[in-house]
Design a protein around this ligand. Structure first.
Ligand code: GSH
Length: 205
């Protein structure tokens, strides 16, 4: 299995999930500027040009980070990375995955954009992102993980996206529960292993 990724981007969540599931995978680095990899034209892998893409051993490709996370969880039920199909808890997990993907991830994406000037980014952070951080902080004040007691792929994704804040000059230090959550996540072996695998792959490709 291959995971197309770029260092420091949203492919980390998929890697964390693969590590949690004990799945072996190979990392293939994508150059965003040229849309190439060591294999050649990345647009042949996905015309969308985005990472992550999970290429299965039979050649099938899965795109969209939140969907890749569900695929990994469902193929590895013993790892308990999502609640069972059909349960109310499953839909709570999907609500979180959707919120992280469409509101938080894409909101943080604005902060990385080269099309938006620093003042507009600041106003966007104050007017849009702050309420999301407050919501997450409040939730984490009574929950060790996104879904409560159990780690899930929603944590892989939430950790991934929140970890970008220093790179876009967002100071989250006032959110004590987020700070404690991030520190807890950084103790997890899967997260350490994913970060290390990414560091090693980035150095060699
Ligand atoms: N809809 C996609 C979006 C993924 C996405 O935003 N990927 C970014 C990196 S975090 C990307 O590939 N950017 C490519 C570029 O900026 O050229 C998903 O949810 O997986």
């Amino acid at each position: 299995m291959k995971l197309y990724y770029a260092p420091g981007s949203c492919g980390l969540a998929s890697q964390i999930a693969l590590q949690e599931a004990g799945q072996k995978y190979e990392l293939v680095k994508v150059d965003f500027k040229t849309k190439t990899t060591i294999e050649g034209d990345y647009r042949k892998v996905t015309p969308k040009g985005f990472i992550p893409v999970l290429k299965l051993d039979d050649g099938d490709m899965i795109t969209e980070g939140a969907v890749i996370l569900q695929w990994i969880a469902d193929k590895n039920p013993a790892s308990k990375l999502l609640p069972a199909f059909g349960t109310r808890e499953r839909y709570t997990a999907l609500e979180w995955l959707n919120f992280i993907a469409s509101d938080l991830h894409k909101g943080m994406g604005v902060m990385f954009s080269s099309f938006i000037d620093p003042d507009t980014k600041k106003r966007f952070a104050d007017g849009n992102l702050t309420s999301k951080f407050e919501y997450i902080d409040e939730h984490l004040s009574t929950n060790d993980h996104v879904l409560g007691a159990q780690f899930s792929v929603a944590d892989a994704y939430l950790y991934n996206v929140l970890s970008w804040s220093p790179r876009v000059n967002l100071d989250l230090s006032i959110y004590k529960s987020i700070q404690q959550y991030m520190a807890r996540m950084e103790q997890r072996l899967s997260i350490r292993a994913a970060l290390e695998a990414e560091r090693q792959a980035a150095a060699t490709q």
